[in-house]
Each structure stands twice: as C-alpha cells, then as structure tokens.
Design a protein around this ligand. Structure first.
Ligand code: SAM
Length: 248
C-alpha cells in the first residue's frame, strides 16, 4: 500500500529484523536510508535485491533537499521505506522531519517496529523499567553536559543515555558528582560478539571506565535517587528555615 514505512533495523546482530521489515524491504517502491551502504548490506544478508528500485540517502544534511523527492513518490502512489543505519528511526537518529512532512502532506505513515538500544539496555540493566527517561546524547561540552545533568537530578525515573566510548568516562564522572552514588549500569555492544553489561553504583562505574575503558557502542543507565535518603537540598532548606526563625 502507498505510504511511508518507518522500518527498524538491527542494532548489531543482523538476524534481529522482523519478518514484516523484510517484507517491506522486498516490496517497497522506493528505499530511503540514513546510510545506503548499510541498508544494501542488510538486504544482501537476507537475500533481498533492490532489483531496479531506487535506493536513496536521507539524513540530517540532505533532508530538506530529499523530502520533496519522497513526497513526489508518495504523490505518485508509491510505497516508501525509511530505515536508519541501526535501530529505530528517530531515536537519536534522523526521520522526524520526514515523518512530519509526510503527515502534513496527508499521506499515511506506518511504523514497522523493531530493535532499539534504549529498550534492549533497559531489559539488561537491572534497574526499574516502570518509568524511564530517555535523554539520548547529552551535550559534548562539559559545562553544557553538567547543566543537563543538574536538570535531571530530581527525575523520578530511570535515566537512559547514549554516549560514545571516547566520552563515557567523563560523562560518568560528572554524573556521579552531580547525581551522587546511585545504582547504574553500562551496556555495550548489545547483540554483538563483545556484549557486556556492568552493573554498579555510579562512582564505581566511573572508576571502572577509567581503569578499563569500554569500547564500542554504549548505553548508560542511572537509577533514580533513593527517596528514603535525606537530600542535601532538603537539609539546606531545613537549616535556612531554622535560621530564618531564629533571626525574628
Ligand atoms: N536509532 C538507534 C536506536 O534505536 O537505538 C540509535 C542510533 S544512535 C546514532 C547510536 C547510539 O545508540 C550509539 O552511540 C549507542 O549509544 C547506541 N547503540 C546503538 N547500537 C547499540 C548497541 N548495539 N549496543 C549499545 N548501544 C548501542
């Protein structure tokens, strides 16, 4: 059927693809991908040939130029697949502007759901999953990153972050200073050969990343603060209130 299909692709293991995603890759009139090479490779692994169909690149840098082409294909009644390089489109990946433009133009948008590192990591971290806050990649600059962490301090949910191996030790050091000794986890290389999960309190996790730097793709998860413990801000407030009373 005509319309845009947002297709999730594996985050490592090529067999983590749904049967429906394979059907769509085999049948769509137009194939749009964040990275055309990885889409072609994935299709080849699963024995699907583009066979004369157009495979076009769509990412943040060419989106404005490519959206009219995709809208044109939809106007001609074609079915269009959009796939990220890995995982679910729009989850720290392009696709949002495309889906919005297609919706605004009145064409159907459908999801073919599948893997995403945020959900896979939540299942392994050993932290509460009933409520979580996905904040993607925090800013690279330390000042902005620390400010972002301060804004997340009172969060009543498990915090899930993506980070590059180059910056993960710095992120965890800032996080343990700002958020304190909360329970945390680091999942790396999910579904791949060197998959590993480290579960420990934030300061220990920061130290472990200093002494044994994790390589590959990484998700960091931080548990919410223990509400039983008295918060520093509460103590400050109580002291201030007491002092105010004494001065009158
Ligand atoms: N769209 C993807 C998704 O649905 O998870 C995320 C794309 S984002 C550009 C890439 C980041 O996702 C990586 O830097 C890492 O933080 C995380 N990630 C992706 N695949 C992963 C894996 N196999 N193991 C751990 N983290 C992964």
């Amino acid at each position: 059927a005509p319309g845009l299909y947002l297709v999730a692709t594996p985050i490592g293991n090529a067999r983590d693809i749904t049967l429906r995603a394979l059907d769509l890759l085999a049948s769509a009139d137009l194939l749009a991908a964040e990275d055309t090479r990885s889409l072609r490779r994935l299709m080849e692994i699963h024995g699907i040939a583009p066979a004369g169909r157009r495979v076009i690149a769509y990412h943040d840098h060419n989106g404005a130029r490519m959206r009219p082409q995709i809208l044109q294909a939809l106007a001609e009644g074609q079915s269009v697949v959009y796939a990220s390089e890995a995982g679910t489109p729009m989850i720290s990946d392009p696709g949002f502007d495309l889906a919005r433009a297609v919706t605004e133009a009145g064409f159907p948008v459908t999801s073919a759901p599948g893997p995403s590192a945020v959900v896979a990591a939540l299942t392994l971290a050993g932290l509460p999953t009933d409520r979580f806050h996905f904040a993607g990649f925090l800013p690279n600059a330390q000042g902005a990153r620390r400010k972002a962490l301060e804004g997340l301090r009172e969060l009543d949910a498990t915090l899930v972050l993506y980070e590059s191996p180059r910056r993960v030790a710095a992120l965890l050091t800032d996080a343990s200073e700002i958020l304190g000794p909360r329970p945390a986890a680091l999942c790396r290389e999910l579904t791949k050969k060197f998959e590993e999960t480290r579960r420990m309190a934030l300061p220990e996790l920061a130290a472990s990343c200093e002494s044994d730097p994790p390589k590959g793709e990484i998700v960091v998860l931080i548990g919410k603060s223990d509400s039983e413990k008295i918060k520093e801000s509460d103590v400050e407030q109580a002291v201030k209130t007491a002092l105010d009373r004494m001065s009158v």
